[in-house]
Design a protein around this ligand. Structure first.
Ligand SMILES: Nc1ncnc2c1ncn2[C@@H]1O[C@H](COP(=O)(O)OP(=O)(O)O)[C@@H](O)[C@H]1O
Ligand SMILES: N[C@@H](CC(=O)OP(=O)(O)O)C(=O)O
Length: 418
């Protein structure tokens, strides 16, 4: 059996959904599980809705109406009036109607997941209905009954044994009856609440299903020809990799290459399932295959850019050395405030840390650190990671920039730039 994943860009409009049907129509004789993300930028819009709801902002209803209108306009182009999908989608949005009528829950992360998850619940209703209308027999399933997580809202931790059991028990018989269409990014708790697996987590969903079902391969259909040496939105000249090893792909995603979610590779590597990254607008093209061994030739360095970085220097209040005890305390505070460290450097009197700026967590972290330490920080920086670097490439990337922190190992150079 095969697992396909279609991200937001591939289903952003009616044309995208028609294209998805064309792509999967070539696999009519295969057992195929299709994981779909929210359409276009819906998750961002739902995030704004969740914030507007907890802040009780004036634009709450305008944001909500915009999200509904976007989906209904696409459905108008795909279906005749009166098609049951209109009611299915309207009924799914009712979950938000009920929620926003009440006072906000104290736990923002919980509220966030209950609202944001609606993006995938509706996109999959639309895709499944369209596939059936196009003569491709498909069943919509609710992923929350299969991918079980703990109740870490916004970063649900998958309970693998329970998940494997549910998937192996429930999915194979459904695959025999036609395509199975399900939601990326979502999980369910034992109390039947919805969790999300972390932003851009639908690739991970595909990998969970593939690992539990022993799939032949996973294909993620993207708006790029495959994995390139750099993000084509930021660099004019890029080269595509035909093959990559799991290890190289893990390194790239760990350092922030957004083309694949970082948690995706490990379950596939453990089960030795290849991951294909292919262009949805040229489905016959070979794309990139990620597997155990690969013929990797890095004719150009791999460049990964992370914007909106903070560089924070932490020193003791009495100017004493930063010891292992301080470091352990500092790491605990980062973990407690959900902030992942991208690069760090120690000196005798201070510890410097570079991480993604997250408005809701940064202020609280700073407050907690300032109780015990002296801190200084710069915002709006760029972190550049160069794998298989050359001195020429580093020179080019840093021209006209101030380097605030630099770390160079045998394979990888990391630079924090202003
Ligand atoms: N090394 C890279 N190779 C290819 N695409 C990259 C790379 N780094 C970043 N990207 C970006 O990843 C995007 C595709 O991933 P993503 O937006 O998550 O797709 P989707 O949400 O449709 O699954 C591309 O549009 C591209 O801008
Ligand atoms: N819709 C979610 C999950 C996801 O993976 O989306 P995409 O496949 O479009 O990156 C998000 O935007 O975070």
């Amino acid at each position: 059996m095969l697992v396909f994943k279609f991200g937001g860009a591939s289903v952003k409009d009616a044309e995208g959904i028609i294209n998805l049907a064309n792509v999967v129509s070539k696999y009519k004789n295969e057992q195929l599980l299709i994981v779909v993300s929210a359409m276009g930028k819906t998750t961002n819009a739902l995030e704004n809705l969740a914030k507007a709801y907890v802040n009780q902002s004036d634009d709450l209803h305008a944001i909500y109406e915009g999200i509904k209108r976007y989906h209904f306009e696409i459905m108008d182009l795909l279906f005749e009036q009166g098609h049951p999908v209109f009611d299915e989608v309207a009924n799914t949005f009712v979950e938000i109607d009920w929620m926003i009528e009440d006072d906000p829950h104290d736990d923002f992360d919980f509220t966030y997941d209950q609202i944001v998850s609606v993006g995938e619940l509706v996109s999959t209703r639309i895709v499944a209905a369209y596939l059936n209308q196009a003569g491709l027999k498909s069943q919509w399933i609710d992923v929350r009954g299969y991918i079980h997580t703990d109740n870490t809202y916004r970063e649900g931790v998958v309970q693998w044994d329970k998940t494997r059991h549910s998937i192996q028990l429930g999915i194979p018989s459904q695959l025999e009856r036609g395509f199975v269409v399900t939601q990326g990014f979502l999980g369910g708790t034992s109390e039947n609440f919805t969790t999300t697996l972390g932003r851009e987590g639908s690739d991970y969903t595909a990998s969970i299903f593939a690992a539990c079902l022993g799939a032949e391969s996973v294909t993620t259909w993207k708006d790029v020809p495959g994995i390139l040496n750099a993000d084509p939105k930021l660099f004019e000249y890029t080269v595509k990799f035909d093959e990559l090893t799991y290890t190289e792909a893990i390194e790239m995603t760990y350092y922030g290459a957004t083309v694949i979610h970082p948690k995706t590779i490990k379950p596939l590597q453990n089960a030795r399932i290849p991951l294909l990254v292919k262009p949805f607008n040229d489905p016959g093209a070979p794309g990139t295959i990620i597997k155990e061994t690969a013929n990797n030739v890095f004719e150009k360095p791999v460049i990964i850019i992370k914007q909106k970085q903070v560089l924070l220097s932490i020193a003791t209040k009495d100017y004493s050395f930063v010891t292992e005890n301080h470091l352990s305390d500092i790491f605990g505070r980062f973990a407690g405030h959900h902030i992942k460290i991208n690069v760090m450097q120690t000196s005798a009197l201070s510890f410097s840390v570079c991480f993604d700026y997250k408005e809701e967590y940064f202020g609280r972290l700073l407050e907690a650190l300032n109780q015990k330490y002296r801190t200084k920080y710069n915002e709006n920086l760029t972190l550049i990671t160069v794998r298989h670097y050359t001195t020429g490439a580093i020179k080019e990337l840093t021209a006209d920039k101030t380097v605030l922190l630099e770390q160079i190992s045998r394979n990888t150079a990391q630079l924090v730039l202003k």
